[in-house]
Design a protein around this ligand. Structure first.
Ligand code: SF4
Length: 346
């Protein structure tokens, strides 16, 4: 099957105009692919432009502090992506003289870079024949061959990667990868694919069988676990108390308010607050409750105001007092950014 010829003809006329399109700089392609792994183009483009505006190359990123990188990433979620990028930028500067490796296996071994991103960099920047298979590509290919293997199963991933590798243009591998992504994003959309304007209509088995809407197939969703997080807004004058999250859980490296986990009554939260943070919090009042959904968890986040605290009464050294003006210098997870923003507005 030759999908490359009609696809590339279509791409030459209909490629999306994107800020990183046309670049052959592996740093730029790397940043764009990492940002857009879990983020829609409309949401992530501003982040991309701010990121490469502040860190235009590997050296400037490698020299940055983690707080500043996370601050630029704030709101994008999946913060390990940003931490891995910082690690990898420093690694390339220290071990490869600041030159991005061009060998596929070396790219693939860099922290935070999987098969998909390595294939994008190798094909777009170095003209190597490596098919990059993302969600758009899975969708297009599963429809073209009308195959109902679950795209998130190991079997499906092997099947569609092998197929993409067979079909990729040997002359224009980077354009082929970008063309398939564009086709999936603009024509072969999840709902209502526009088959009548699709360059692959004459090859597409799902279109012939009229089963486009049944593809791609995914494994049944795993039930998300639910967690309750109780945040304590401890204020004195213009200052509030924050702490840095550590360990391997979500939002590692970001800042937050003092937090007690669990579906607890205010009296129990106050007791834990005293024992964990050394904060005497007798007058707790709930001021907001929000739901926040992550990939594997649903969070029930509750905010409590603690009204009877003085600086001297706080016994935990890991807590920081920060003024409202300086809070913007610290990276916070999205639900806390929204909460703190709403406080400054009210
Ligand atoms: S013909 Fe329709 S279903 Fe098939 S690839 Fe094109 S848009 Fe997708």
């Amino acid at each position: 099957m030759d999908i490359a010829s009609p696809l590339l003809l279509w791409y030459d006329r209909h490629a999306r105009t994107l800020p990183w399109r046309g670049s052959r700089d592996p740093y730029i392609i790397w940043v764009s692919e990492i940002i857009f792994q879990q983020t829609r183009i409309e949401q992530g483009t501003g982040y991309f432009l701010r990121f490469v505006g502040r860190f235009p190359d590997l050296h400037s990123l490698a020299a940055a502090g983690e707080d500043e990188v996370l601050r630029l990433w704030q709101g994008l979620g999946y913060y390990s992506r940003a931490r891995n990028m910082l690690f990898t930028a420093r690694f390339i500067v220290e071990n490869h003289g600041g030159i991005f490796p061009s060998d596929f296996e070396m790219i693939r071994k860099l922290k935070g870079i999987g098969d998909y991103t390595a294939s994008c960099i190798a094909s777009i920047c170095f003209g190597q024949v490596h098919a990059a298979v993302d969600g758009n590509v899975y969708r297009v290919l599963s429809r073209v061959i009308a195959d109902k293997t679950a795209i998130d199963s190991t079997k499906g991933q092997v099947l569609f990667k092998r197929l993409a590798q067979e079909l990729i243009s040997r002359q224009r591998p980077g354009d082929f990868n970008e063309a398939l992504m564009d086709l999936g994003a603009t024509v072969c959309k999840p709902r209502s694919p526009e088959c009548t304007i699709c360059p692959l209509i004459n090859l597409c088995r799902a279109c012939e069988l009229k089963i486009q809407g049944e593809l791609p197939v995914k494994s049944p969703a795993i039930k998300k676990s639910a967690s309750v997080m109780n945040y304590l807004l401890v204020m004195q004058g213009e200052e509030i108390v924050i702490q840095k999250r550590t360990g391997k859980g979500i939002w590692n490296g970001l800042y937050e308010l003092p937090m007690i986990a669990g579906d607890l009554e205010p009296a129990s939260i106050a007791a834990e607050c005293q024992s964990v943070y050394g904060i005497k919090a007798d007058n707790l009042s709930e001021i907001r409750r929000i739901k926040h959904v992550l990939t594997h968890a649903k969070l029930d986040i509750r905010f409590y105001a603690v009204t009877t605290v003085s600086k001297a009464s706080i016994g935990n050294k890991s807590l920081l007092w920060v003024s409202g003006r300086n809070i913007v210098e610290y990276p916070f997870p999205k639900p806390l950014v929204d909460f703190l923003d709403s406080l400054s507005e009210s």
